[in-house]
Ligand binder design. Structure first.
Ligand code: NAD
Ligand code: IPM
Ligand code: MN
Length: 355
């Protein structure tokens, strides 16, 4: 039966990179005899300009009714001063919430080809293979907030963090299950030396570990984890953490393999899942046709794997990306003398040729 993929390009480089990923999905579908129908929808600043809202109801409805969502990126300086509730970023936050996407899987694997591109020494990053399991619809991102109020004669603003036991259990369970089919180690990251939410997080994860005696569990404070990612990133298998810490740690972890432009993610819930690169709309390079499309293409591979259960097709895309890199193609974020300079289109073509 035909599968419906909703594509949400969004803003900035979002359009360029989703176009690449759709081309790769189409070629892969042809090769593996899959019937995929693509439907495009607006979100972000682009949707705000057209409809006065960053997340039209129609986009949410279509996403819910699809077999998988491929998301580009939203945001840009143009919308930095719109009312907070109408910012482009509300589109991705709203989609995560309305689809119930409680878990964001952000894998970071440093291939031998890219070891020398890391800002860290080759010896430090060689062999890195970790996944960040980030809680995605709770914590300080979704707590009450106040943009501005008067308090003791001064203006102030506040954001509240809260986590419930079921919320922590649900994400920790997924982290343990993920570790079980990987290298059987979970590092839970919190700030329980200071925050009440983190103390509840640590208690809950520790208790749940009784059900996963085959998986090793340790705990790190988030500040130490940030340092450990730079000192010895190979110590990690599955990192399980809350929404804000996961956001920050995953950009840090992304560069272990050279560029944030390479990193995919899967946001999963009970029903429809959404797949997106971890980077943003990259306003500094938008429109130039030079963005690295690999993070989005690998997100499309994750869509095939997790939503459509088409493992061979997913593997074919991953292998084609590896092969294009091994054959020397490099977008500017990774380019060095002696390699083949590729813009977005050329990189996409190199990958298409290798499907
Ligand atoms: P960013 O990830 O967009 O860019 C950070 C840096 O990485 C920039 O120098 C950019 O050129 C580079 N970069 C990112 N993706 C790249 C790619 N595919 N190829 C080559 N280089 C790439 O982060 P930012 O600059 O902090 O944010 C820009 C806008 O994007 C903001 O409005 C932010 O809110 C938004 N954002 C959106 C998402 C999302 O939609 N999921 C994620 C992160 C940031
Ligand atoms: C990400 C982004 C988003 C986040 C923003 C755009 C809301 O940074 O997907 O990592 O903070 O979750
Ligand atoms: Mn982020």
């Amino acid at each position: 039966m035909a599968k419906k993929i909703v594509v949400i390009p969004g803003d900035g480089i979002g359009k360029e990179i989703t176009e690449s990923a759709v081309a790769v999905m189409k070629k892969t579908a042809e090769k593996f005899k899959l019937e995929l129908n693509f439907e495009y929808h607006d979100a972000g600043g682009t949707a705000y300009d057209k409809f006065g809202t960053p997340l039209p109801d129609e986009t949410v409805k279509a996403a819910k009714a699809s077999d998988g969502v491929l998301f580009g990126a939203v945001g840009g300086d143009k919308w930095d001063n719109v009312e907070p509730g109408l910012r482009p970023e509300k589109a991705i936050l709203g989609l995560r919430k309305s689809l119930g996407l409680y878990a964001n899987l952000r894998p970071v694997k440093v291939s031998e080809t890219l070891v020398e591109y890391s800002p860290l020494k080759s010896d430090v990053v060689r062999g890195v293979d970790l996944v960040i399991v980030r809680e995605l619809i709770g914590g300080i991102y979704f707590g009450d907030r106040c943009e501005s109020e008067q308090h003791d004669g001064a203006e102030r603003a506040w954001d509240l963090e809260n986590y419930s036991v079921p919320e922590v259990e649900r994400i920790a369970r997924l982290a343990f299950e993920t570790a079980r089919i990987r290298n059987k180690k979970v590092t839970s990251v919190d700030k329980s030396n200071v925050l009440a939410t983190s103390r509840l997080w640590r208690r809950t994860v520790t208790k749940l570990a009784d059900e996963y005696k085959d998986v090793e569990l340790d705990h790190l404070y988030v500040d130490n984890c940030a340092m450990q990612l730079a000192i010895k990133p190979t110590q990690f298998d599955v990192i399980c953490t809350g929404n804000l810490f996961g956001d920050i740690l995953s950009d840090e972890a992304a560069v272990l393999g050279g560029s944030i432009g390479m990193m995919p993610s899967a946001s999963i819930g009970k029903e429809t899942s959404l797949f997106e690169p971890i980077h943003g709309s990259a306003p500094d390079i938008a429109g130039k046709g030079i963005a690295n499309p690999i993070g989005t293409i690998l997100s499309a591979a994750m869509l095939l794997r997790y939503s459509l259960r088409e493992e061979p097709a997913a593997k074919a895309i991953e292998a084609a990306c590896d092969a294009a890199l091994a054959d020397g193609y490099r977008t500017p974020d990774l380019y060095k003398d002696g390699f083949k300079k590729a813009n977005t289109d050329k990189m996409t073509e190199a990958i298409l040729d290798r499907i």
